[in-house]
Design a protein. Structure first.
Length: 78
């Protein structure tokens, strides 16, 4: 066992524009156009395509799956 307790600190504060998940209210750094999407812990993905912030749901658990490509994940709904 360790002689000293190990403590953890939170992540540094987000500077600049923030993205708040509309479902679970977690806060992330706002993605720049063309950056990789933000994957929220609740399963929603947020992607900035340069025109607007797009969102799509992709189940994370049970069964664990590899997410589809961005083109499939953010394809316009028919």
């Amino acid at each position: 066992m360790a002689d000293q307790a190990v403590t953890y600190t939170g992540a540094p504060a987000i500077a600049g524009k923030k993205l708040v998940c509309r479902r679970c209210h977690r806060v992330y750094a706002y993605p720049a156009a063309g950056d990789r999407p933000v994957r929220c812990e609740c399963g929603w993905w947020y992607y900035n395509d340069g025109v607007a912030l797009r969102e799509a749901y992709w189940q994370r658990l049970d069964p664990y799956r590899v997410p589809p490509s961005l083109a499939a994940l953010f394809a316009p709904k028919a």
